[in-house]
Design a protein around this ligand. Structure first.
Ligand code: C5P
Length: 399
């Protein structure tokens, strides 16, 4: 997949640098030729000897290396690559890149290049959320630099939140997608997936039987066509696919906030089985048995994420797709739902227990568009996803 692709891997000084030997191995397994560059700070986290051994190449470090200048030169080094990959990209290196500074080999290469650049940021959550970093990210994106992640999760510093570097295999998937190109290259697609959990009290919740399998398959199929995918998932049984930006949520309200934060997007696919109701005043402490007295739960309606996005006055994605899981009168209910919510397409399916679709590997869907209804034969959820991704690609070329 990456056969003979020349990747200039710039490793900057963050703890996530310890994942670079694994990343290099994965890239080389796929045929890539990896030339490593370490910043001075990176050498504190991973040794040049280790990196050179796994890369099978000399490590470049100093800007004023006279031998290297005589043999190749730092300009040549950046130009001879097919891709510049920065892993991890620290807040400091991103700031330098945004300003166009060139005070060491890594930043000089990044400034001197006319080759595509992808960066996998990794930093403490506060550093990531700091307005200065956010400004730099906006600048780098406007400069055409591709961001891989970061993820949200546990950090080496003991905190939790966005800023965690995506795993090496996900970086490899993003690099593969970059070289593959595909009809959705340069398109940003948002996918919701899985169930939501609505708390009753700190230990109990209301949920549904969605496994997240169809939403995950759709996200994977979109990545395969080159899309940049933001994958907003409730607590699903199925792990998120490689190569997407994962945002994990629990409740419908959190999912709505995550969707709003992820916009703008070219297309949005709402495959999540969002709970229609939440417990109006979830208890802050565990509800106790009370001498045979039964608890009474009052419900409040959750926001309809699909309807809200479909009816956005400004910044609505060009293509909004919803799902309609029904147990009876599938076509009539789904057609009415498309009109009521204001989305462009509805994927309708029959989730009666006898169909085995909910939680199963197959799906039989009907695609409902402005042009009418189209029955797709029963097929694997991966095939439904591939077919849908291809249709999305086709539709986006017309938007
Ligand atoms: O109304 P119903 O739940 O059947 O609609 C299903 C579609 O609406 C799905 O695409 C689902 O992701 C979306 N939805 C939503 N927010 C809700 C309820 C449903 O986005 N609160």
């Amino acid at each position: 997949m990456l056969a003979n692709k020349r990747i200039l891997l710039i490793i900057s000084g963050g703890i996530a640098a310890f994942k670079c030997p694994d990343l290099i191995r994965r890239l080389r397994e796929r045929g890539a030729l990896v030339t490593p560059v370490l910043t001075r700070a990176a050498e504190e986290f991973v040794t040049p000897l280790t990196i050179s051994a796994v890369a099978g190449e000399k490590v470049h470090g100093a800007l004023f290396d006279l031998t290297a200048e005589a043999e190749m030169g730092h300009i040549q080094l950046s130009r001879s690559a097919d891709l510049l990959l920065v892993v991890p990209a620290t807040a400091d290196l991103m700031a330098k890149m945004a300003q166009g500074r060139a005070d060491d080999l890594a930043s000089t290469l990044l400034l001197a290049t006319d080759t595509p650049v992808m960066i996998a940021p990794a930093m403490n959550v506060r550093m990531w959320l700091h307005p200065a970093t956010q400004r730099n990210i906006a600048t780098l994106k406007a400069d055409g630099i591709d961001m891989i992640g970061p993820d949200e999760g546990d950090m080496a510093c003991g905190e939790f939140g966005p800023g965690r570097m995506v795993e090496p295999l996900d970086i490899v998937a993003a690099v593969e997608a970059h070289f593959r190109g595909g009809p959705l290259k340069g398109r940003r697609v948002l996918v919701t997936s899985g169930p939501t959990h609505e708390p009753i009290d700190p230990v109990r919740y209301i949920a549904n039987r969605s496994s997240g399998a169809q939403g995950t398959a759709i996200a994977r199929a979109l990545v395969a066509l080159g899309a940049e995918v933001v994958f907003i998932t409730g607590p699903a049984d199925v792990a998120p696919p490689a190569g997407v930006q994962v945002v994990r949520v629990e409740t419908a309200i959190q999912m709505l906030e995550a969707v709003q934060a992820a916009l703008p997007a070219d297309a949005a696919i709402f495959a999540a089985a969002v709970a229609d109701w939440r417990v109006a005043s979830a208890s802050g402490s565990k509800i106790k048995k009370d001498g045979g007295k039964l608890p009474v739960l009052e419900f409040a309606e959750n926001p309809d994420i699909l309807a809200q996005v479909s009816q956005m006055p400004d910044g609505r994605p060009g293509l909004v797709i919803g799902f309609a899981a029904e147990t009876d009168d599938v076509l009539a209910h789904a057609t009415a739902k498309r009109a009521r919510k204001g989305c462009d397409w509805i994927i309708a399916n029959d989730v009666s227990p006898t169909t085995g679709i909910m939680g199963g590997a197959e799906n039989a869907v009907t695609l409902i568009t402005a042009g009418g209804a189209e029955d797709w034969p029963r097929m694997g959820k991966d095939q439904v996803a591939a077919r849908l991704a291809a249709r999305v690609a086709e539709a986006l070329t017309e938007i």
